[in-house]
Design a binder for this molecule. Structure first.
Ligand SMILES: Nc1ncnc2c1ncn2[C@@H]1O[C@H](COP(=O)(O)OP(=O)(O)OP(=O)(O)O)[C@@H](O)[C@H]1O
Ligand SMILES: [Mg+2]
Length: 384
């Protein structure tokens, strides 16, 4: 997989454990996944299967007693200066490099929008702050100055004042070739203007007035859009949405996800959507990774997964796929329950729930293999 040019992120053998008093929770046991540039990938699986821990591991946000113990998280990063792709292992980065990556190259929108964005700052100011940190505003400042001067020309001004303003305008225009570093106040004004245009881009109604509101004044759907605007404000190469939409009603959810797909085309971000909902996957993702109890069960194109699931677990998930407009946010039941990850089953972690399990399944952990072209599965007895 690693020789493929179009992959932006790949994870190999990722093991993340939680060292609790009750014992070691083996939350991720060799996760394998890859994200192609420009794809919208769905990461699905029942509650507790390790979707959020995977997302947190990617950004090294796993907190004690959790620890990433093994694996590789290769980020094929686009270097703005050399305009070349360079490969870095996020797990080998210094803390400083991780901080720079977080929010800049890889952004994450978390599960619970009620606790985030920061309640004490105005929405526009929060987005503007991200923009000031991550975007070059030098020409924006010139645009803004020229626009203000041109506006003032529309009013009744004395002829000598008019020519002074016109002179100033042509002076600013001459600076475009090598724009100077703006001062803090000008940069702030330009960033706020860009924040408002980001809010319009995520189809926020009355973007300019929303910018001056506080998060609690917005509805859940609007807050979600504000969060996405904030995540996109740093032009990330990868956007991870951890179930950002399940708290919303289904119509808003569909709108937000469609919007993400439109924006993706515009700004070229690769997206990872974490969800329980196969309906969401069907409607918005072109690739799917199915997780089970901290392992990758299956990975392929969405249409292929629905047509030809190879893992018995996936087949179970698909037996009753809810439509996006049906009010269901849980997966259909599969016999048995998710195992305790302090004492996970031996061999294939799914074997106690699997109708096709054999002695081998109890003893040997299946590796994720490309069983059919473009279709990976970790199963000793795949269907199909
Ligand atoms: N702080 C923690 N301490 C102990 N165990 C944890 C901790 N955080 C996560 N885990 C364990 O890691 C496993 C994976 O959890 P994770 O939150 O990634 O699941 P998920 O797939 O995101 O579930 P959901 O769909 O409910 O969000 C679970 O077994 C969980 O109990
Ligand atoms: Mg989760």
């Amino acid at each position: 997989m690693s020789d493929t040019q179009d992959i932006v992120l790949e994870i190999h053998g990722l093991k993340t454990n939680f060292y609790t008093y009750e014992g070691v929770v083996k939350a991720l046991d060799g996760v394998e996944l890859f994200l192609r540039r420009g794809d919208t990938m769905g990461l699905v699986g029942e509650t507790g299967c390790g979707k959020s821990v995977t997302a947190r591991s990617i950004l090294r946000l796993v907190e004690p007693p959790g620890k990433i113990d093994e694996g590789q998280i290769l980020f094929h990063k686009f270097n703005q200066e050399t305009r070349e792709i360079e490969t870095v292992d996020i797990l080998e980065m210094s803390d400083q490099e991780v901080l720079a990556t977080r929010g800049a190259s890889i952004a994450i929108v978390f599960q619970d929008p009620a606790t985030y964005p920061n309640p004490v700052f105005r929405v526009g100011d929060q987005i503007a702050e991200v923009i000031m940190l991550h975007q070059d505003l030098r020409t924006d400042v010139l645009d803004l100055k020229i626009e203000l001067l041109e506006d003032s020309l529309k009013e009744n001004v004395a002829p000598e004042k008019r020519s002074a303003i016109e002179e100033k305008i042509s002076y600013y225009k001459s600076l475009y070739d090598d724009p100077p570093e703006p001062d803090e106040k000008d940069a702030k004004a330009a960033a706020l203007r860009r924040a408002i245009s980001m809010l319009s881009m995520v189809k926020m109604p009355a973007a300019a007035s929303v910018a001056s509101q506080y998060p609690h004044e917005l509805s859940g759907g609007m807050r979600q859009r504000a969060l996405i605007a904030m995540a996109l404000a740093c032009n990330p190469e990868i956007l991870i949405c951890d179930e950002a939409t399940t708290a919303l009603d289904v119509t808003v959810q569909a709108q937000v996800l469609n919007l993400l797909n439109q924006l993706k085309k515009k700004i070229g971000t690769s997206i990872m959507i974490i969800t329980h909902d196969m309906g969401v996957v069907a409607e918005t993702c072109n690739w799917v990774n199915v997780m089970y109890a901290g392992t990758t069960a299956e990975s392929c194109a969405t249409a292929e997964l629905f047509k030809n699931p190879l893992h018995p677990y996936t087949a179970g998930l698909l037996t009753a796929v809810p439509k996006l407009h049906e009010n269901r946010d849980r997966l259909p039941q599969i016999r048995g329950s998710v195992p305790n990850l302090i004492y996970p089953p031996t061999g294939c972690r799914f074997h106690p729930r699997c109708d096709y399990a054999t002695e081998t399944c109890k003893q040997e952990k299946p590796l994720l293999e490309e069983k059919q072209p473009g279709h990976w599965v970790a199963c000793h007895n795949p269907l199909g």
